[in-house]
Design a protein around this ligand. Structure first.
Ligand SMILES: O=C(O)CCC(=O)C(=O)O
Ligand SMILES: [Fe+2]
Length: 290
């Protein structure tokens, strides 16, 4: 099997220029932003998720990993995620730059990942494979992995194949083309849906923590059923921009509408206007006779 030297992963610092971020994603499909957020905020995310992780099952396929737990409902469970990660400026710049084949783009998935010692490397893959669709010819996803602990050579740092977002559909990485996205706690690893990547092998004993976030054009199914996870009774107090970002907005004149072609944000407004204490009727507002 042939081997190639890996193209370096572009690295940006906290005070990156938006043009450099856009260029890195255009040219290489990925980058690492060091010190994107203070490490204390990563500790806060880990603390907010800690009460929930023990009841999360380990993965049951090679892909999801017998040594990996992926805990959901991050948007509700982590106020720090809502305040600092979800709409981080780098995410907004990346999505606006890449997901242009749609009137809107949305948060699609946010899970808290624990990768335990001994977990083998994950298959290098493109996240767009989840759609089971032929290649779109443009990017429909842009994804992020927040380093909640350092990502090291021994704890399973994500492997990336810079430039692979431009490859033909039948090309696969050969040994040497992937490299570790080493990152300190507080960094964010960005990669497009067409960029080959995968969790690295964990050969040590420390646990690698991450928040994995996916963002998707408005006309594709979100990976998570966001509006079931975060109905108005859960989410009505959240920031309006965040609510639209998780899906309380149409993706065109009719796509993703509620009731009579209304924008789903109306469900939030109606919930907010309920009399104090009247929270039982959340989903019964103008409920049609069945
Ligand atoms: O955990 C990682 O480093 C990557 C995980 C991933 O790419 C996936 O599950 O799709
Ligand atoms: Fe992936």
């Amino acid at each position: 099997m042939s081997t190639r030297n890996a193209t370096p992963i572009p690295r940006l610092t906290r005070d990156y220029r938006d043009d450099d971020l856009r260029q890195a994603l255009t040219d290489f499909g990925c980058c690492v932003i060091d010190h994107a957020l203070p490490p204390q905020l990563m500790d806060a995310v880990a603390a907010e998720m800690a009460p929930f992780v023990d009841s999360t099952p380990f993965g049951d396929t090679d892909f999801t990993g017998a040594g990996t737990r992926r805990t959901g409902l991050v948007v509700a469970r982590s106020e720090t995620f809502r305040q600092h990660l979800a709409r981080h400026p780098a995410i907004l710049t990346a999505g606006d730059h890449l997901l242009t084949q749609s009137q809107v783009w949305k948060l699609s998935f946010a899970h808290f990942f624990e990768l335990f010692g001994g977990e083998p490397a994950q298959l290098l893959h493109r996240d767009v494979w989840k759609y089971g669709a032929p290649p779109f010819g443009f990017e429909v996803d842009v994804n992020a992995l927040w380093a909640v602990t350092d990502f090291t050579e021994t704890n399973g740092a994500t492997r990336l194949v810079p430039g692979s977002h431009l490859w033909d559909d039948d090309r696969r990485p050969v040994p040497g083309e992937d490299q570790a996205a080493l990152a300190e706690k507080g960094a964010v690893v960005l990669y497009t849906g067409n960029t080959f990547h995968g969790g690295g092998a964990s050969t040590g004993s420390d646990v690698r923590l991450a928040v994995n976030v996916q963002h998707t054009v408005g006309w594709l199914h979100q990976t998570e059923l966001m509006l079931l996870h975060y109905p108005p009774s859960v989410a009505a107090d959240w920031d309006d921009d965040l609510l639209r970002f998780i899906g309380y907005q149409k993706s065109g004149p009719a796509l993703g509408h509620w009731r009579n072609a209304e924008d789903p944000f109306v469900a939030i407004e109606e919930y907010r206007s309920l009399p104090p204490g009247d929270t039982e009727t959340t989903h019964d507002i103008e409920r049609p006779a069945l």
